[in-house]
Design a protein around this ligand. Structure first.
Ligand code: FPP
Ligand code: MG
Length: 298
């Protein structure tokens, strides 16, 4: 299924008649393709659904190429990122090419779907901008965090699910809500994993997010629970390269205050909500997408 999507992306790229683009693209490792799977599970594997899935994945890859430049990140999906291998200029331009070609192809789907997807991408970009702004200072504001992750992560997932419902003449409202809740839960779980997964080299959590200026949900919940003195202590660790003592303090406070469990509970509630939205379709695959996502955090 996902293989077919890769084949279509390659056909679209061959159209561009540029060896350099094909060569560069070959250095990008194929991801989980959550959005493509979602589209195909909602709309079925029609030619139109496959094209839509390929388009959305091209947009997704483009956004990650740009994101790795913005985050100054050297790895993506366990491999060296394009910016790390070929430099920022190449990564940005490859992103622009993928993104423009995806839009060109989007025109052939329908005007309605083109509007939904392009609106999703605008939201996604506003979300990334918000992320950059919020990362400048410690952010104790939960509302802003939720707004940012909704836009940055859930908007394109929501637009994908809604578009898939449109092309297969299903209930767009239910699928749109399914995508929205799934997307927000997905990002919360990603943020939890940054704290709970051991890094391969250290055998300890890397806690990259806080170092990069991202005050994710567990940190916000922890801040709410700490004494004034400890609030200050937490803020002092923001963006810092943490030593072992500091990491131990942070993790034990998180444990003591149950903030990982609380974050997971919020993600699970959203995941439950997502499943409720599409219950009437009795689509096991779509429910499994949610169940697998929740299981990632154990
Ligand atoms: C990953 O976030 C990034 C996104 C979900 C969105 C990035 C969006 C843009 C750069 C806007 C430009 C869009 C286009 C189409 C060119 P993250 O840094 O939290 O996650 P990561 O750990 O996967 O890097
Ligand atoms: Mg990033």
């Amino acid at each position: 299924m996902v293989k077919k999507v890769d084949e279509i992306i390659n056909i679209f790229l061959k159209d561009l008649d540029s060896d350099i683009v094909c060569k560069l693209f070959a250095n990008i490792s194929s991801g989980k393709k959550l959005r493509a799977k979602l589209i195909l599970k909602i709309a079925g594997e029609s030619d139109q659904a496959l094209a839509l899935a390929a388009i959305v994945e091209m947009i997704q890859v483009a956004s990650l190429l740009h994101d790795d430049v913005i985050d100054d990140s050297n790895t993506r999906r366990g491999q060296k990122s394009i910016n790390a291998i070929f430099g920022n200029k190449t990564a940005i331009m490859l992103g622009d090419i993928l993104y423009s070609k995806a839009y060109y192809e989007l025109n052939s789907i329908s005007k309605e779907v083109a509007k939904v997807i392009s609106n999703g991408v605008t939201e996604l970009s506003i979300g990334e901008l918000l992320d950059v702004e919020l990362s400048k200072n410690f952010n104790p504001n939960k509302k802003l965090y939720f707004e940012m992750i909704y836009k940055k992560t859930a908007s394109l997932i929501q637009a994908s699910a809604k578009s898939a419902a449109i092309i297969s003449k299903k209930d767009e409202k239910s699928f749109s809500l399914y995508g929205k809740n799934l997307g927000i839960a997905f990002q919360i779980i990603d943020d939890i994993l940054d704290i709970t997964s051991d890094s391969k080299t250290l055998g300890k959590p890397a806690l990259h997010d806080f170092k990069e200026g991202k005050t994710t949900l567990p940190y916000i919940l922890l801040y709410e629970k700490l004494s004034n003195n400890d609030k200050l202590k937490l803020k002092k660790l923001f963006k810092k390269d943490l030593n072992d003592n500091e990491k131990t303090w942070l993790l034990s406070e998180m444990k003591k205050n149950g903030v990982i469990e609380e974050s997971l509970k919020i993600a699970k509630e959203l995941a439950f909500e997502a499943k409720e939205n599409i219950k009437k379709y009795k689509n096991k695959d779509l429910e499994d997408i949610i169940n697998n996502m929740i299981q990632r955090s154990y």
